[in-house]
Design a protein around this ligand. Sequence first.
Ligand SMILES: *Cc1c(COP(=O)(O)O)cnc(C)c1O
Length: 216
Amino acid sequence: MLETILAQLAPTHTKLIAVSKTHPAERVMELYDRGQRIFGENRVQELTAKYEALPKDIEWHLIGHLQTNKVKYIAPFVACIQSVDSWKLLEEIDKQATKHSRVIDCLLQFHVAEEETKFGLDMAEAEELLQNPDFPSLKNVRITGVMGMATFTDDQTQVRREFQHLRSIFKELKARFFAEQASFKEISMGMSGDYLLAIAEGSTMVRVGTLLFGAR
Ligand SMILES: *Cc1c(COP(=O)(O)O)cnc(C)c1O
Protein backbone atom coordinates (compact mmCIF):
# COMPACT_ATOMS: atom_id res chain seq x y z
CA MET A 1 0.00 0.00 0.00
CA LEU A 2 2.84 2.42 0.82
CA GLU A 3 4.21 2.27 -2.70
CA THR A 4 0.75 2.72 -4.23
CA ILE A 5 0.02 5.80 -2.13
CA LEU A 6 3.46 7.29 -2.81
CA ALA A 7 2.88 6.85 -6.55
CA GLN A 8 -0.47 8.65 -6.23
CA LEU A 9 1.14 11.53 -4.34
CA ALA A 10 4.17 11.90 -6.59
CA PRO A 11 2.69 13.98 -9.45
CA THR A 12 1.63 16.75 -7.04
CA HIS A 13 4.65 16.34 -4.72
CA THR A 14 2.25 15.81 -1.84
CA LYS A 15 3.95 14.56 1.34
CA LEU A 16 2.83 11.44 3.18
CA ILE A 17 2.47 11.56 6.95
CA ALA A 18 2.16 7.93 8.06
CA VAL A 19 -0.18 8.01 11.07
CA SER A 20 1.06 5.31 13.42
CA LYS A 21 -1.10 6.02 16.47
CA THR A 22 -2.05 2.89 18.48
CA HIS A 23 0.34 0.71 16.44
CA PRO A 24 3.57 -0.53 18.03
CA ALA A 25 7.05 0.75 17.20
CA GLU A 26 7.82 -2.44 15.24
CA ARG A 27 5.11 -1.55 12.74
CA VAL A 28 6.63 1.92 12.33
CA MET A 29 9.99 0.24 11.75
CA GLU A 30 8.54 -1.84 8.89
CA LEU A 31 7.60 1.33 7.01
CA TYR A 32 10.85 2.99 8.02
CA ASP A 33 12.76 0.12 6.41
CA ARG A 34 10.82 0.75 3.21
CA GLY A 35 11.93 4.37 3.22
CA GLN A 36 9.13 6.24 5.02
CA ARG A 37 10.52 8.96 7.30
CA ILE A 38 7.55 11.15 8.30
CA PHE A 39 5.21 9.79 10.96
CA GLY A 40 2.25 11.32 12.80
CA GLU A 41 0.92 10.65 16.28
CA ASN A 42 -1.99 12.21 18.15
CA ARG A 43 -0.99 11.62 21.77
CA VAL A 44 2.01 13.11 23.53
CA GLN A 45 2.84 10.07 25.64
CA GLU A 46 2.74 7.68 22.70
CA LEU A 47 4.72 10.07 20.54
CA THR A 48 7.44 10.45 23.16
CA ALA A 49 7.71 6.68 23.69
CA LYS A 50 8.04 6.04 19.97
CA TYR A 51 10.56 8.83 19.55
CA GLU A 52 12.73 7.20 22.20
CA ALA A 53 12.42 3.72 20.71
CA LEU A 54 12.94 4.56 17.04
CA PRO A 55 15.64 5.97 14.72
CA LYS A 56 16.37 9.62 15.27
CA ASP A 57 16.05 10.66 11.65
CA ILE A 58 12.29 10.19 11.78
CA GLU A 59 10.37 13.44 11.34
CA TRP A 60 7.59 13.37 13.95
CA HIS A 61 4.38 15.36 13.49
CA LEU A 62 1.89 15.84 16.29
CA ILE A 63 -1.55 15.78 14.69
CA GLY A 64 -3.84 15.58 17.74
CA HIS A 65 -5.12 18.10 20.22
CA LEU A 66 -2.29 19.39 22.41
CA GLN A 67 -2.60 20.70 25.96
CA THR A 68 -0.22 23.50 26.88
CA ASN A 69 1.14 21.61 29.91
CA LYS A 70 2.36 18.80 27.62
CA VAL A 71 4.29 20.87 25.08
CA LYS A 72 7.47 20.50 27.12
CA TYR A 73 7.63 16.74 26.53
CA ILE A 74 7.76 16.99 22.75
CA ALA A 75 9.57 20.32 22.30
CA PRO A 76 13.05 18.71 22.23
CA PHE A 77 12.36 16.71 19.07
CA VAL A 78 9.00 17.28 17.38
CA ALA A 79 9.32 18.47 13.76
CA CYS A 80 5.85 19.88 13.30
CA ILE A 81 2.82 20.52 15.48
CA GLN A 82 -0.17 20.39 13.14
CA SER A 83 -2.82 21.13 15.74
CA VAL A 84 -2.23 24.71 16.87
CA ASP A 85 -5.62 26.10 17.80
CA SER A 86 -4.95 28.89 20.30
CA TRP A 87 -2.64 31.78 21.05
CA LYS A 88 -1.84 30.30 24.46
CA LEU A 89 -0.64 27.09 22.85
CA LEU A 90 1.47 28.90 20.25
CA GLU A 91 3.10 31.01 22.97
CA GLU A 92 3.93 27.89 25.01
CA ILE A 93 5.40 26.11 21.98
CA ASP A 94 7.60 29.15 21.38
CA LYS A 95 8.70 29.21 25.02
CA GLN A 96 9.60 25.50 25.10
CA ALA A 97 11.27 25.61 21.68
CA THR A 98 13.41 28.51 22.89
CA LYS A 99 14.63 26.40 25.82
CA HIS A 100 15.94 23.85 23.35
CA SER A 101 17.25 26.44 20.85
CA ARG A 102 14.90 25.04 18.22
CA VAL A 103 12.38 26.43 15.79
CA ILE A 104 9.25 24.30 15.67
CA ASP A 105 7.08 24.29 12.57
CA CYS A 106 3.40 24.72 13.31
CA LEU A 107 0.19 24.45 11.31
CA LEU A 108 -2.94 26.31 12.31
CA GLN A 109 -5.75 23.82 12.67
CA PHE A 110 -9.07 24.96 11.25
CA HIS A 111 -12.53 23.67 11.93
CA VAL A 112 -13.95 23.04 8.47
CA ALA A 113 -16.14 19.99 9.18
CA GLU A 114 -19.81 20.25 10.02
CA GLU A 115 -19.32 17.92 12.96
CA GLU A 116 -19.30 19.69 16.31
CA THR A 117 -16.61 17.53 17.85
CA LYS A 118 -13.59 18.52 15.79
CA PHE A 119 -11.11 20.98 17.20
CA GLY A 120 -9.89 23.99 15.31
CA LEU A 121 -9.99 27.70 14.67
CA ASP A 122 -12.34 29.72 12.52
CA MET A 123 -11.12 32.64 10.41
CA ALA A 124 -11.90 35.28 13.04
CA GLU A 125 -9.96 33.39 15.71
CA ALA A 126 -7.01 32.91 13.38
CA GLU A 127 -6.95 36.61 12.56
CA GLU A 128 -6.97 37.46 16.23
CA LEU A 129 -4.08 35.08 16.85
CA LEU A 130 -2.00 36.42 13.97
CA GLN A 131 -2.72 40.02 14.93
CA ASN A 132 -1.70 39.52 18.53
CA PRO A 133 0.77 42.34 19.26
CA ASP A 134 3.24 39.78 20.62
CA PHE A 135 3.12 37.56 17.52
CA PRO A 136 6.19 39.12 15.85
CA SER A 137 8.24 38.39 18.98
CA LEU A 138 7.69 34.63 18.74
CA LYS A 139 11.01 33.65 17.18
CA ASN A 140 11.01 29.92 17.83
CA VAL A 141 7.82 28.93 16.07
CA ARG A 142 7.32 29.06 12.34
CA ILE A 143 3.81 28.83 10.97
CA THR A 144 4.07 26.87 7.74
CA GLY A 145 0.41 26.41 6.84
CA VAL A 146 -2.97 25.05 7.80
CA MET A 147 -4.49 21.70 8.77
CA GLY A 148 -8.05 20.47 8.75
CA MET A 149 -10.24 17.40 8.88
CA ALA A 150 -13.29 16.91 6.72
CA THR A 151 -16.55 15.50 8.03
CA PHE A 152 -16.56 11.70 8.30
CA THR A 153 -19.17 11.02 5.60
CA ASP A 154 -19.64 9.23 2.28
CA ASP A 155 -20.90 12.48 0.79
CA GLN A 156 -18.01 13.34 -1.55
CA THR A 157 -19.55 16.68 -2.44
CA GLN A 158 -19.50 17.76 1.17
CA VAL A 159 -15.94 16.56 1.75
CA ARG A 160 -14.81 18.35 -1.40
CA ARG A 161 -16.52 21.55 -0.25
CA GLU A 162 -14.76 21.36 3.12
CA PHE A 163 -11.37 20.83 1.48
CA GLN A 164 -12.05 23.78 -0.82
CA HIS A 165 -12.93 25.86 2.21
CA LEU A 166 -9.62 24.99 3.89
CA ARG A 167 -7.73 25.86 0.73
CA SER A 168 -9.49 29.22 0.51
CA ILE A 169 -8.53 29.90 4.14
CA PHE A 170 -4.93 29.05 3.28
CA LYS A 171 -4.96 31.45 0.32
CA GLU A 172 -6.45 34.27 2.33
CA LEU A 173 -3.93 33.87 5.17
CA LYS A 174 -1.11 33.64 2.64
CA ALA A 175 -2.16 36.90 1.00
CA ARG A 176 -2.83 38.80 4.20
CA PHE A 177 -0.20 37.57 6.62
CA PHE A 178 2.42 35.44 4.91
CA ALA A 179 2.93 36.87 1.43
CA GLU A 180 6.63 37.34 2.13
CA GLN A 181 7.14 33.98 3.80
CA ALA A 182 7.90 31.21 1.31
CA SER A 183 7.75 28.58 4.03
CA PHE A 184 4.03 29.21 4.54
CA LYS A 185 3.00 26.66 1.93
CA GLU A 186 1.35 23.65 3.56
CA ILE A 187 -2.25 22.52 3.39
CA SER A 188 -2.52 19.36 5.50
CA MET A 189 -5.73 17.61 4.53
CA GLY A 190 -6.79 14.10 3.55
CA MET A 191 -6.89 10.82 5.50
CA SER A 192 -7.37 7.17 4.50
CA GLY A 193 -10.93 7.69 3.28
CA ASP A 194 -10.51 10.95 1.41
CA TYR A 195 -6.86 11.52 0.52
CA LEU A 196 -7.37 11.24 -3.25
CA LEU A 197 -10.02 13.94 -3.08
CA ALA A 198 -7.69 16.01 -0.90
CA ILE A 199 -4.87 15.77 -3.45
CA ALA A 200 -7.26 16.89 -6.17
CA GLU A 201 -8.18 19.90 -4.01
CA GLY A 202 -4.60 21.01 -3.45
CA SER A 203 -3.41 19.14 -0.36
CA THR A 204 0.36 19.30 0.20
CA MET A 205 0.36 16.75 3.04
CA VAL A 206 -1.94 13.80 3.61
CA ARG A 207 -2.19 12.02 6.97
CA VAL A 208 -2.86 8.35 6.35
CA GLY A 209 -3.16 5.72 9.07
CA THR A 210 -5.65 2.90 8.48
CA LEU A 211 -4.65 2.26 4.87
CA LEU A 212 -1.02 1.78 5.87
CA PHE A 213 -1.32 0.04 9.23
CA GLY A 214 -4.77 -1.54 9.17
CA ALA A 215 -7.72 -0.82 11.44
CA ARG A 216 -7.10 0.50 14.93
C1 LIG B 1 -6.04 9.31 13.08
C2 LIG B 1 -5.86 10.55 12.29
C3 LIG B 1 -5.58 10.50 10.91
C4 LIG B 1 -5.49 9.21 10.12
O1 LIG B 1 -6.74 8.65 9.96
P1 LIG B 1 -6.97 7.34 9.05
O2 LIG B 1 -8.41 7.42 8.70
O3 LIG B 1 -6.64 6.17 9.89
O4 LIG B 1 -6.11 7.46 7.86
C5 LIG B 1 -5.37 11.70 10.26
N1 LIG B 1 -5.46 12.88 10.89
C6 LIG B 1 -5.73 12.97 12.21
C7 LIG B 1 -5.79 14.32 12.83
C8 LIG B 1 -5.95 11.82 12.95
O5 LIG B 1 -6.22 11.92 14.26
